[in-house]
Design a protein around this ligand. Structure first.
Ligand SMILES: [Fe+2]
Ligand SMILES: [Fe+2]
Length: 196
């Protein structure tokens, strides 16, 4: 993949992220930064495939939230063909996008897929990302704040303890997880005091 093709993919993906404050373009930029940081430890990584997958992984959210990775693939594939990527390149990008779902990560068979997953999930496990997703759950899934905080904390613990693919990702996020654990405990102790 050439530098210019990667640039075209970036421009294409940007158009899908204009009016979603929780999954705006800054989310994509942070996922890409995380992914490139992790890739330093895995020199076999194809950095173009990884970055293309970072750019495209959430474009399907413009259609729907649940099942968006498959929508992202549907939207991206014709564009990738049009700009002249090989079938192998398109398959590698699509595989990474497909596997960024917690229900699909066990299917990952490439380092690019594993790193995209970790980079994307670091976004939730960071203090910043946690707040972003709590707001999303309240607005889009109509959860109450205590429900959103505890649901997301359970999800985050599962990702942190069981699903992350790399030790490097775990190390990068350990401090944020400590802060979040303390915050959730404090939140719940206040919540109890209010209710009783
Ligand atoms: Fe996603
Ligand atoms: Fe994402």
């Amino acid at each position: 993949m050439t530098h210019s093709q990667l640039g075209q993919i970036e421009q294409f993906a940007k158009k899908f992220h204009s009016d979603d404050p929780q999954h705006d373009w800054e989310h994509i930029i942070r996922v890409r930064v995380n992914a490139l940081e992790l890739a330093k430890h895995y020199p076999e990584t194809n950095l173009e495939i990884l970055q293309a997958a970072c750019f495209l992984h959430d474009i399907g959210r413009s259609v729907k939230d649940e099942g968006h990775p498959e929508e992202s693939i549907k939207l991206a594939s014709p564009h990738l063909q049009e700009i002249g990527l090989t079938n192998d390149e398109i398959e590698a990008i699509n595989h990474a996008i497909h596997c960024h779902d917690v229900k699909k990560i066990h299917e990952a068979n490439s380092i690019e897929a594993k790193l995209l997953f970790d980079a994307d999930k670091l976004e939730i496990l960071s203090v910043f990302g946690f707040l972003r997703v709590v707001v999303f759950l309240m607005e889009e899934r109509h959860m109450k704040i205590s429900e959103a905080v505890n649901f997301l904390w359970g999800f985050s613990l599962n990702v942190y303890e069981k699903l992350l693919n790399t030790e490097e990702a775990r190390m990068l996020i350990a401090q944020d997880m400590d802060l979040l654990r303390a915050m959730v405990e404090k939140y719940n102790s206040w919540d109890q005091r209010i209710k009783h």
